[in-house]
Design a protein around this ligand. Structure first.
Ligand code: IYR
Length: 220
């Protein structure tokens, strides 16, 4: 018998039925696209704070919240991140990626140019924490870190979309340089880099399709 305190659960009750509510959310989320053409139109710090606070509602192993979101708006820091990312990407597109990988990427139209890293008003750099740092915890171990940070990043992306803003998941590889440029400690490991902002006027996206539900869902 556990003697840790509990509180009443406060349910979320949509006005609509589960079917209608889920369908409405689907239609909103289906409009989300990874966008690579950003406007330099400013986005307020308040918007970014709400978005990151939403990511921070994610479930995590033993509620350790093993994540750090570094929100970059400083021009010079963005410039340094772009320069380092493009150095890595030139190596990636120039030989590190095999033929098959490059063929898979061709429909996306990606290349080593990462101008969005300077144009977007914010870069959110997600780090995973390899040990807990919250005061008064039982231990500094962390659990299911990749799963936890992946879930939090999914909520981050949904919150960006809900705010009417756009993003893309950028994975410069290797990402070590992000720790150096942002001065993060050893127990924080770079996980993903997401530019956040408004789409450029007339922005275009690749003509690619999602898998059909039948291809991704099995009912037994
Ligand atoms: N990191 C590179 C390559 C890249 C890899 C995958 I997998 C993508 O889905 C998209 C890009 C880049 O950002 O261009």
């Amino acid at each position: 018998m556990s003697h840790h305190p509990t509180i009443p659960f406060v349910p979320y009750r949509p006005e609509a039925t589960p079917e209608a509510a889920a369908d409405a959310f689907l239609h909103r989320m289906a409009l989300r696209r990874s966008v690579r053409e950003f406007s330099d139109r400013p986005v307020s710090r308040a918007a970014i704070e709400s978005i990151i606070a939403t990511a921070n509602t994610a479930p995590s192993g033993a509620n350790k919240a093993p994540w750090r979101f570094v929100a970059v708006r400083d021009r010079e820091v963005k410039r340094r991140i772009r320069a380092a990312a493009e150095d890595e990407e030139r190596k990636f597109y120039g030989g590190r990626a095999n033929e098959e990988w490059l063929r898979d990427l061709a429909p996306l139209g990606t290349d080593p140019d990462k101008s969005f890293l300077e144009i977007a008003p914010w870069l959110v750099v997600v780090f995973k924490l390899m040990r807990d740092e919250r005061d008064g915890r039982a231990s500094d171990q962390v659990y299911y870190v990749n799963e936890s940070v992946g879930i939090a990043t999914g909520l981050l992306i949904a919150a960006i979309h809900q705010a009417g803003l756009v993003t893309l998941t950028h994975t410069p590889s290797p990402m070590r340089f992000l720790s150096e440029v942002l001065g993060r400690p050893e127990h924080e490991r770079p996980y993903l880099l997401l530019p956040v902002g408004y789409p450029a006027d007339g922005a275009r996206v690749p003509d690619i399709r999602r898998k059909r539900l039948d291809d991704v869902m099995v009912v037994v």
